[in-house]
Design a protein around this ligand. Structure first.
Ligand code: PEP
Length: 247
């Protein structure tokens, strides 16, 4: 379902006490927004964060999960383990997972199906490298990622899926895609999804060095429905301004 969403990705940062303090400080400043506010926190913060967001309009997500139900997968976390403590969202296929932990479009597809089966809402990340952009292959690369990642899903499934377009060269680098380039790619993704599923009613976020200074310009583009925010989601004031970009 297409709506405005601002999701923070804390990556491997924040201890439980810091998570609790952050949420308590953020909650009053986002309570009147209609933009959906999500924090994707480390596993060890999930339970504390879920308790702290009760009676707020902040939603909690994990940053990864395995696709198997259970078994001999030391160190992994199964979908049901997230669902049973009321985790709502899960990031799937972040470029850091693809780069450092060998995730592929195939594993992303398995995780996506497992998340939907367990009624978790996936935030699926796609995006090209600098070399792919400079050689004019960005659209082709991102289109393939989308088609392979969403393989086997239905239009109904897409109602619970969020796509995050995150050009890899813009993540954590301070280098943001221009609003036109970011919008063009989000538009292409929407068109490809429409061709495949006969529906383009899907939320598509931009991610890559989003900050309060550029959030409004990016999030008011025709095909960008909000953002996945890394570094700037670690500072309460900055993240609150990004969530309230339209105020
Ligand atoms: C991210 O981690 O998804 C991200 C976009 O990071 P940053 O905002 O720091 O570039």
């Amino acid at each position: 379902m297409r709506r405005k969403v601002i999701a923070g990705n804390w990556k491997m940062n924040m201890l439980p006490n810091e998570a609790i303090d952050f949420i308590n400080a953020l909650a009053p400043s986002v309570k009147n927004t209609s933009n959906e506010t999500i924090l994707c926190v480390p596993y060890t913060d999930l339970f504390y964060s879920l308790l702290t967001v009760q009676e707020t309009n902040i939603h909690i997500g994990a940053q990864n999960m395995h696709w198997e139900e259970n078994g001999a997968y030391t160190g992994e976390v199964a979908p049901e383990m997230l669902k049973c403590i009321n985790v709502e969202y899960v990031i799937i296929g972040h470029s850091e997972r693809r780069q450092y932990f060998n995730e592929t479009d195939e594993t992303v597809n398995k995780k996506l199906k497992a998340a939907l089966k367990h009624e978790l809402k996936p935030i699926v990340c796609v995006g090209e490298t600098l070399e792919e952009r400079e050689s004019g292959r960005a659209e082709e690369v991102v289109t393939m990622q989308i088609l392979k990642s969403l393989e086997g899903l239905t239009a109904e499934d897409l109602q619970n899926v969020i796509i995050a377009y995150e050009p890899i060269w813009a993540i954590g680098t301070g280098r943001t895609a221009t609003s036109e380039d970011a919008n063009n790619m989000c538009k292409t993704i929407r068109e490809k999804i429409k061709e495949k599923f006969q529906s383009d009613d899907i939320t598509i976020l931009y991610g890559g060095s989003v900050k309060s200074a550029n959030a409004k310009e990016l999030f008011t583009m025709s095909d960008i429905d909000g953002g996945l925010v890394g570094g700037a989601s670690l500072k309460v004031d900055e993240f609150s301004k990004i969530v309230n970009f339209d105020k």
